[in-house]
Design a protein around this ligand. Structure first.
Ligand SMILES: *Cc1c(COP(=O)(O)O)cnc(C)c1O
Length: 427
């Protein structure tokens, strides 16, 4: 397949934007070669500027769970556009999206809308600190919470892929109040609370990590998080920017039956438009200005076009049996990949929660960053290009999870498994 036009556009992009992209994961840095440039998308497919069609397993890194250009989402966006693109004032749609979020996510009694996942986590840790009057935030290696300065320590995915876990420009002063522990390590968590318990404002984690590949929190770890934070008066923050409305309608917390104090959301909640949200116990949320004193604001927050896309998407997810279909298709894909890798004699782990999963080129079960980072990246890169050349658009890093949409058909999955089997045989 020809990628000539993509190459031309990307060559120009590199003169105009750092690395040719507006977000680093898009640059294919981990797999070599150049990204394809997208012309348009439809359902489960992407079409590049050369006219090549790909089955899409990135879904804009998560948001496109009902598929690209779902007619109901497009209609909702068009109707919102007719009334104006931004008012900087209250709207009915904000109430509607807030109601949908509060009904869906058990921990959320009140919610604030922002413009990205990064804004949500940044605001959530400020809230945790403001509410508790303490400084220290605990995070975990390989967990990514957006490009918030104080959380850009051992931050998985793009940061790990590029080998810059600590970014230049993040001062030691900023990161000194961030305590980084190993994921799924109960003993390390207990030791941290024993030593610093009275200084810990909050603990933030991805309840199912997507940003070191798909790595779920083990039940004992999740239980320890809840009991230790409660015991020491710290705020437990579930970063569900990726998992919210993905692994289940109410997020990972409904699967784990653990209620955090604050939840951050993004990606799906905006239906493909830029939105983030953070919410939690009313008492904590009422610390935010103007109800309380913790400052947080946004000119475009609660934007009417973005809220329209979010409302339409959440209603589709709530009312149409989407998660049952996703589970069936995801299981089909996971089984197919696992058997293909087995047949090719490739050491691997297939880790999946609902419609997010990772095929790790790793002989050991991946429970933390130490294990994940030992995956065979050269094998992954070869596998990735094998898929691309067969019309399958896969996450371009071993440390990213793939996502299905409700538009992936049984036929799409079968085609993908066949492409994967061939690519794995070629390794
Ligand atoms: C994507 C992501 C973020 C950041 O969201 P942006 O909208 O890219 O700023 C934060 N946390 C998690 C878990 C994510 O997957």
């Amino acid at each position: 397949m020809s990628r000539e036009k993509s190459q031309q556009v990307f060559a120009r992009a590199q003169q105009l934007m750092p690395g040719g992209v507006n977000s680093p994961a898009r640059a294919f840095g981990a797999v070599g070669g150049q990204p394809i440039v997208i012309d348009h998308a439809d359902g489960a497919y992407l079409v590049d500027v050369d006219g090549n069609r790909y089955i899409d397993y990135i879904g804009s890194w998560g948001p496109m769970i009902v598929g690209h250009r779902h007619p109901e989402v497009i209609t909702a966006i068009q109707a919102a556009l007719e009334r104006g693109t931004s008012f900087g004032a209250p709207t009915v749609a904000e109430n509607q999206l807030a109601e949908l979020i509060i009904e869906a996510v058990p921990s959320v009694e009140k919610v604030r809308l922002v413009n990205s996942g990064t804004e949500a986590t940044m605001s959530a840790i400020r809230l945790a600190r403001g509410y508790t009057g303490r400084d220290v935030i605990v995070k975990f290696e390989g967990n990514y919470h957006g490009h918030v300065d104080s959380l850009l320590v051992a931050a998985g995915s793009a940061a790990a892929t590029l080998g810059v876990p600590d970014s230049p420009g993040v001062t030691p002063g900023t990161s000194q109040d961030t305590l980084t522990l190993r994921y799924n390590d109960v003993a390390a968590l207990e030791a941290a609370f024993a030593e610093h318990g009275s200084r810990i404002a909050g603990v933030i984690l991805e309840p199912v990590v997507g940003n070191m590949g798909c790595v779920p929190a083990e039940p004992a770890f999740a239980a320890a998080l809840r009991s230790l934070t409660t015991e020491h008066g710290a705020v437990l923050i579930f970063d569900e920017v990726m998992t919210g409305f993905r692994v289940a309608y109410g997020g990972a917390q409904t699967l784990m039956k653990i209620t955090p104090d604050i939840t951050t959301l993004g990606k799906i909640v905006g239906g493909g438009m830029p939105i983030g949200a953070y919410g939690g116990r009313q008492e904590i949320m009422d610390s935010i200005l103007p109800a309380g004193k913790v400052f947080q604001a946004g000119t475009l927050s609660g934007n009417p076009v973005a809220t329209a896309a979010g409302i339409a998407t959440l209603k589709l997810l709530r009312d149409h049996g989407v998660y049952e279909r996703l589970e069936t298709r995801a299981a089909q894909l996971a089984d197919g990949l696992h058997h293909a890798a087995q047949a090719a004699g490739v050491p691997h782990q297939l880790q999946r929660v609902g419609s997010m999963m990772t095929l790790f080129f790793n002989p050991d079960p991946v429970t933390d960053w130490d294990v994940s980072s030992k995956s065979d990246k050269a094998q992954f890169a070869k596998f990735f290009w094998g898929l691309m050349d067969r019309g399958v658009y896969w996450p371009c890093s071993q440390y990213e999870a793939l996502f299905l949409s409700d538009k992936h058909t049984e036929e799409d999955i079968a085609q993908t498994v066949a492409a994967a089997a061939e690519s794995l045989q070629d390794l």
